[in-house]
Ligand binder design. Structure first.
Ligand SMILES: [Zn+2]
Length: 391
């Protein structure tokens, strides 16, 4: 097993160098000229940053014989050597931990699921330790060391301290997960909010590639939102940003677990939909899948609950669009399974509440399985390792 004491340092010392590496990671292979253009940096800055990374084997140069800018001077393409380091990403839900082993390019090499007996911190830590151990054993077969572990948890997460301040779905408060997991696994650990982690993966490899301003909205147990502004994933001054789930859309609406009324989540979260269908039908609705099944069978009260949820989500997205003007909003999350039940209402409410040209924002849906969230967690570990996350 790797230990933090044996960890080598990544040869990047400036924000510009980190940006060049990230550009190559998400958009490479590229010529030096093109990296500089996309990162908005000079050729001299690119040359200076690339040299030590090639020497250390994190970048490789391929000579492309077909792209000669001048006779006798082939333009060489620079790319990240994915096999140079491995990373582990974990996504914690209330029921299971999903773990992935990735390479430095954040490509998933292996994925594992481990059910959780209970979501309390001790049980999660024990299961995470087992899962990491299993993935480290598998990593031995690749002959490359694991350079970092990323853990994605829902709720208010302080990444810089590695502390989960408050996770309503896990019922955690002030859990120093980073420190505990580092002791258990011996790896450098990055802990981040799960939607923010997913947003990093979308920015690097998904529907956000090349966009400077976009948002990821997740629907399901909670309603989450990750924001990218001027090319950076926003964490906010207190680690809470993009809490679209707690935007008030109906001040007279149902109470929310946060203490307010009529939040998007209090209308459109799984528990809110289940509760509403239960009250309206008198049926013992067990979970969101059951509520969706009733709606698909044509039960009017169930259909109405989803319509109302869609309206709340659409208004929440319009609030994001009006405040930040993203080029694109990507809707994802396990709640997409019922998307046909509220897609129309989301679009209508969004179009109605979006101001002026904010309505031109491209709203897309993207089903992303939990492995992609775990991949996002690995991406946060890669950010920490490569120094591409501002401290
Ligand atoms: Zn709330």
């Amino acid at each position: 097993m790797s230990s933090p004491s044996s960890a080598e340092t990544f040869p990047v010392s400036t924000p510009a160098a980190a940006q060049i590496f990230t550009t190559l990671l998400s958009q490479g292979p590229l010529t030096r000229l093109e990296v500089g253009r996309r990162a908005g940096l000079s050729a001299a800055a690119v040359t200076k940053a690339v040299r030590p990374l090639i020497e250390a084997g994190y970048l490789v140069e391929d000579t492309d014989e077909d792209a000669r800018p001048a006779p006798g001077r082939p333009a060489s393409l620079v790319r990240v050597d994915g096999g140079r380091a491995l990373f582990i990403g974990l996504k914690v839900t209330g029921e299971e931990i999903i773990g992935v082993l990735t390479d430095l390019c954040c490509r998933i090499l292996l994925a594992r699921h481990l059910p959780l007996p209970a979501p309390h911190p001790e049980a999660v830590l024990a299961a995470a330790g087992d899962l990491v151990q299993e993935l480290l054993t598998e990593a031995d077969g690749f002959g490359v060391r694991v350079a970092g572990l990323g853990i994605a948890v829902s709720g208010d997460v302080d990444r810089s301290e590695g502390v989960v301040r408050y996770s309503p779905f896990l019922d955690w408060r002030e859990v120093p997960l980073g420190e505990l997991a580092a002791t258990t696994t011996g790896l450098p650990v990055t802990v981040d909010n799960d939607v923010r982690a997913l947003t990093v993966a979308e920015q690097w490899f998904g529907a956000g590639v090349g966009l400077s301003d976009f948002a990821v909205v997740t629907v399901g147990a909670g309603i989450g939102c990750g924001l990218v502004v001027h090319g950076r994933v926003v964490a906010g001054a207190h680690g809470v940003a993009g809490e679209i789930g707690h935007v008030t859309v109906d001040p007279a609406g149902p109470p929310c677990h946060c203490g307010n009324r009529g939040c998007v989540e209090a209308i459109a979260g799984d528990a809110a939909i289940v509760q509403r269908v239960r009250e309206a039908t008198g049926l013992e609705v067990t979970d969101a899948a059951h509520a969706a099944a009733l709606a698909h069978q044509g039960v009017a009260a169930a259909r109405e609950a989803y319509a109302r949820a869609g309206e709340a989500i659409g208004r929440g997205i319009a609030t994001v669009a009006n405040l930040l003007g993203p080029e694109r909003v990507i809707i994802s999350g396990e709640g997409l399974a019922a998307y046909d039940l509220f897609a129309e209402q989301i679009r209508e409410a969004f179009a109605e509440a979006a101001f002026g040209s904010a309505a031109q924002c491209d709203v897309q849906t993207r089903p992303l399985p939990f492995e992609e969230w775990a991949r996002g967690a690995a991406a946060t570990a890669i950010q920490s390792f490569t120094g591409s996350h501002p401290r």
